[in-house]
Design a protein around this ligand. Structure first.
Ligand SMILES: [Zn+2]
Ligand SMILES: [Zn+2]
Length: 351
């Protein structure tokens, strides 16, 4: 190793017969943990319009939020970005982790909570590792199916309880079933227990919402029957039920980074190391205490202070201290804050 430490440290999620063999085919792949990457990069959040920015290296154009594929002014593709993170991004990432584990890994895939580890990525999200040996041998294709399942991609409601053009009892998802059918049935029923929720369903017409809300009590009762009855009041047909079901799917499903999960040779950030873009600790988290984890407090490792010359930093909060946006200013800061600005490339150390 050279004089300077590496900015990023990764380990393999795969197991090999001979991990130090010089070429991949000689390593003897034995299997890989099932890994999920949840990163605020994949969400479109209002806060990102505040704290993320991009600028074009070929002209003067710049903007806020996610970077476009090409510069809207000169069509150039040499765009630089400043990606930041805040409580809102991390809370959304945390919410997705909870959805993946509580809605899918544990109930549907039968993975024990003891076999699941959550790791704070050190930046804008979390990694979930499922260590169950039975999953090790899954190939890319099988892992892609798991991603599709969790993200609710390609769900055909006809395979999840709905029967089109049925006569007699109008049939739909039954909560005594398993997997997605059960989630859809429960989600639909919940919306009739609190009918005000029906007004938030995109795709339903105002008159349909009114009818469903007026009849909510009786619809709820019929949905609770065994088997449930999916009645169609005037103006509400099969299509409206599918619209509600789709809304339920979107609320249960989670956003995961597909290439990470499907790569059976994946390198993933090493817990215990520091993230080179923040200086935050990449940290193993206890699933039982996950709710209380606050990366802006609990992933900070530096003490002391440093003086930095700041070029342009958005607002942030670290260790309970709020920092306003700072521009062209020299400041002595707690070392964690100074390190964040240095790692983000928006400050230089003043010696
Ligand atoms: Zn440009
Ligand atoms: Zn944010």
């Amino acid at each position: 190793m050279g004089k300077e430490g590496p900015a990023h440290v990764f380990h393999s999620a795969a197991y090999y017969e001979t991990p130090d063999a010089p070429q991949m085919p000689l390593k003897g792949w034995k299997g890989a943990d099932l890994v999920f990457d949840i990163d605020a990069d994949h969400f479109d959040l209002p806060c990102q319009k505040q704290h993320d920015s991009w600028w074009c290296l070929d002209c003067e154009k710049n903007g806020r939020g996610h970077r476009p594929d090409q510069c809207p002014q000169c069509n150039g593709t040499r765009l630089k970005t400043l990606k930041w993170m805040c409580g809102e991004c991390l809370a959304k990432s945390k919410h997705e982790v909870i959805k993946i584990t509580e809605n899918f890994l544990v109930p549907d895939m039968g993975i024990s909570k003891n076999d699941i580890t959550i790791v704070f990525s050190g930046h804008r999200g979390y990694h979930i590792h499922a260590f169950t040996p039975k999953l090790h041998s899954l190939g890319s294709q099988e892992r892609r199916e798991i991603v599709d399942y969790i993200s609710g991609t390609g769900i055909d409601f006809r395979y999840h309880g709905f029967v089109e053009n049925s006569y007699g009892v109008p049939k739909g998802p039954d909560s005594r079933s398993l997997g997605w059918e059960r989630k859809i049935a429960e989600g639909i029923r919940q919306r009739f227990r609190k009918p005000e929720q029906l007004s938030h369903i995109p795709g339903l017409r105002a008159n349909q919402i009114r009818t469903l809300q007026q009849d909510a009590k009786s619809i709820y009762k019929q949905l609770a029957e065994e088997p449930p009855r999916y009645i169609t009041p005037k103006g509400v047909g099969q299509k409206a039920w599918y619209t509600i079901a789709q809304h339920v799917v979107e609320s249960y499903s989670a956003v995961v980074d597909e290439p990470v999960t499907t790569d059976i040779h994946r390198l993933i950030r090493l817990p215990g190391s520091l993230h080179g873009k923040t200086g935050f600790l990449v940290k193993h988290l206890d699933l039982a205490k996950f709710d209380d984890f606050d990366p802006f407090n609990h992933a900070q490792v530096f003490s002391g202070t440093a003086t930095v010359q700041i070029s342009n930093a958005p607002a942030f909060t670290l260790n309970g201290e709020h920092y306003p946006p700072m521009r062209e200013i020299k400041k002595e800061l707690p070392l964690s804050a100074a390190m964040l600005l240095l790692c983000k490339g928006v400050a230089e150390l003043v010696i």
